[in-house]
Design a protein around this ligand. Structure first.
Ligand code: UD1
Ligand code: MG
Length: 412
């Protein structure tokens, strides 16, 4: 029965993707007419590029998901067996969180929201999902790595270290943080053609593979991996269509609507699928980009409105973009973080004198600029492919850690 549900899900996703393709084509002129567009900052021409096209894709995705809702429950409808309400609730709560993320993204596209709102709103919209997780009696237990247990016992730890520990509310705090992180992670690794949609496609397909492997290998978590696939297959196929239009040279921009929708969908599938820790392995580039961005995100270091690379029309290449500010403007946390990055070789910094004051020029703190720092200026299409290549490498690493290292560390 679950195989039939999966096949129907894939069929609906295929139809949804085709509809999405047609809709994007027909909405491109409408977006321009309604003045919903952005300007490609890495091109010579200043032609308007329709934005946010993610809203069309998200709408098709929701329709596909709504149509699919009854499918996994066919065998219970009209039968004299107890209906699995918890499963239906899980799907509905996931859809609530995804819908609110789409709303937040669209509001951001229209209004350019403040950072505190971008953090507060996803925190609140995670509550339906976490509440359902709680009432469904889902586990908040973590396994203690065997190496840690062995180490503690040999170090004379006075108690027998248990194989598992229930961390109760901390688990909910962690899941809430995963949701807030994911909703913003893709949006801050953005700004060159095809990057937002491309990274989402790579992550989504990697997690689809992970779920299928888990379904085949095991397991007690059968339903959880299945529900994760129900959300991911339509997402991956619709996003692939969006990538087709968003890749270099971009005919559409995805907008914040897409970035928040994508991030929230990944967070939702990991929570419903019970693999939120594994999800973080598939988001290594996003996590690194977030950590590297912290000084600018929290304004320890001045942060310009746009941190995307600088376009040089003559060579048709992208260069690192920089932030320039008076040295005296730097707060102490800013000084510390820049020193750490400089010592680690992760910072371009130039100091110069102007009007009797010392000024600093540093690269904007994103991994996009970091790739340009290490590899030198390059064409936009090549830069996107390099970053997507890193994402693919990250996925291979994630599989290695999850399936090889984890079995070494967690075997009892
Ligand atoms: C986030 C980033 C910002 C980055 C921007 C690019 C942080 C804190 N914010 O801001 O640094 O510059 O995304 O998306 O990291 N654009 C292009 N080419 C593309 C995609 C976007 O030129 O391939 C430009 C267009 O002008 C487009 C604009 O970026 O209109 C979209 O920016 P927006 O999504 O509003 O920026 P933020 O999400 O606020
Ligand atoms: Mg954005």
């Amino acid at each position: 029965m679950s195989l039939i549900s999966l096949l129907l899900n894939a069929a609906l996703s295929g139809v949804g993707s085709w509809i999405c393709y047609r809709l994007i084509l027909s909405y491109i002129p409408i977006f321009i007419q309604r003045k919903m567009y952005g300007n490609d900052q890495c091109k010579v021409s200043n032609d308007p590029v329709p934005e946010p096209m993610g809203v069309i894709c998200a709408a098709v995705y929701l329709i596909v998901m709504f149509l699919f809702i009854p499918v996994p429950f066919f065998e219970w409808i009209g039968a004299d067996i107890i209906f699995p309400y918890a499963r239906l609730l899980a799907i509905l709560s996931g859809l609530i969180s995804i819908s609110t993320a789409i709303l937040l993204g669209f509001a951001d596209d229209m209004l350019d929201l403040r950072w505190r709102h971008k953090l507060l709103f996803p925190t609140l919209s995670s509550l339906p999902l976490l509440m359902v997780y709680y009432v469904s009696g889902n586990s908040t237990t973590v396994i203690v790595p065997s190496v840690l247990r062995t180490f503690l016992s040999s170090a004379g730890f006075p108690f027998v270290v248990p194989v598992t520990v229930n961390i109760f509310y901390l688990y909910y705090v962690f899941m809430g943080m995963v949701i807030v992180f994911c909703t913003n992670a893709i949006n801050i690794l953005a700004g060159i053609n095809g990057l937002e949609s491309g990274q989402s496609v790579v992550i989504a397909f990697s997690i689809i593979v992970f779920n299928i492997v888990q379904l085949v290998r095991v397991d007690a978590q059968y339903w959880h991996h299945l529900v994760s696939l129900y959300f991911l297959i339509p997402f991956a196929s619709i996003t692939l269509v969006l990538y087709h239009f968003n890749k270099y040279p971009a005919k559409v921009f995805v907008g914040d609507t897409f970035c928040y929708w994508a991030g929230m969908t990944l967070a939702v599938v990991s929570i419903l699928g019970h693999f939120s820790k594994t999800l973080m392995l598939f988001l290594i580039p996003q996590t690194f980009n977030f950590l590297y961005s912290i000084p600018q995100l929290f304004h320890f270091v001045p942060c310009p409105r746009h941190r995307l690379p600088k376009f040089d029309a003559e060579s048709d290449k992208l260069f690192m973009s920089t932030a320039v500010f008076k040295k005296s403007e730097l707060k102490s946390l800013g000084k510390i973080s820049l020193t750490v990055f400089r010592l680690a070789g992760l910072l371009y910094q130039r100091e110069f004198e102007k009007d009797g004051e010392t000024w600093l020029e540093i690269n904007n703190l994103t991994i996009i600029n970091l790739v340009l720092k290490f590899c030198g200026p390059m064409k936009e299409s090549r830069l996107t492919l390099t970053l997507l290549g890193l994402q693919v490498l990250g996925s291979f690493f994630a599989f290695f850690v999850r399936f090889y290292l984890a079995s070494v560390f967690y075997e009892s």
